[in-house]
Design a binder for this molecule. Sequence first.
Ligand code: SF4
Length: 367
Amino acid sequence: MPWTTPKERRKTRSVKVGKVIIGGGSPVVVQGMTKTPTENISATLRQIMELEEAGARIVRIALPNMRAVKALSKIRKKAKIALAGDIHFHSQLAIAAIRAGIDKIRINPGNMTEEGILQVAEEAKGSGIPLRIGVNSGSLKEGFLSKPTKDRRTNPIQEVAQAMVRSALKTVRLLEEESFRDIIVSLKSPRVLTTVYSCQLISQKIPYPLHLGITAAGPAPQGIIRSAAGLAILLAGGIGDTIRISLTGDPIQEVKTAHEILQSLDFIKDRVTLISCPTCGRCKIDLVSVVSEVASRIEEVKLPLTVAVMGCEVNGPGEAREADIGIACGKKGALLFKKGKVSGKIDKRDLAGVLLREVTKWGQEES
Ligand code: SF4
């Protein structure tokens, strides 16, 4: 069947994390995660602020031991953003984190007992905070795979995806029996299609918001491409309420990538979209330098604007005309287009400068 328009977003319950709403038709929430040792309070606080500045609305921090939870108490007092705690193995750490003021707890049913999960849920209920049931293919309990094999590599995509869904559903039902419904679910695998299939499957079975991400996606650019490939399928299919990109590297880049993915699917419309041609033998100017200067200078600009930088007269005028501001280059310079009309000629030595001044002017006129 030909694909026409993005599907309507799946209707889910809305879940509150601090002041942030996830699901229930709210905009998709971008999350980040700190990579500093949580016990290093000043470094962690600095990174939380950087992530917030880059556009994260929730920041998750690892809480592997009581020292980290003690640090959380101090971090909580200074950080304004919603904080999520990442807990594995020990329910007592989750309970202590809730008492220290965390806004959400992520538990992994692959490494916590049912008894432990219920204790965490009771504490979370008392404090009015949600739980994320975060299933990872790498920490899936063997019992969920219907044909357990010593060599996990031989398990087909569908088999692992269904096992992940079974694991998440078991915990969802466990919490529902206790009337706990502030639930967010994530199913993540480093395999893009396993993640996609598992999220598609569970989205038909539960009313709770879904947190999306390709876990251990690798370094940039592979990690970015793999994350975008998986998340685009889900988001365009109406699935997904919050996202976190996992890259081996800079956590700020994770948040920027999340915004790029949302922007490329029109989920975010308040940032500048840069369209530029790849150049070819027809291009007679140094377009690469112009584009890289423009790209770096508009990165932080919050304007719903499309800027096109095109190398010649073949597709240049068409693309530049369709953008809000555009240039189509020739031998000596370029034609400048604004709102679909030719607005003047620019000398080739000042292409980036003129474009950037036009962006600034546009912002001033709009404000
Ligand atoms: S716009 Fe012109 S220079 Fe750019 S890729 Fe197309 S044909 Fe080549």
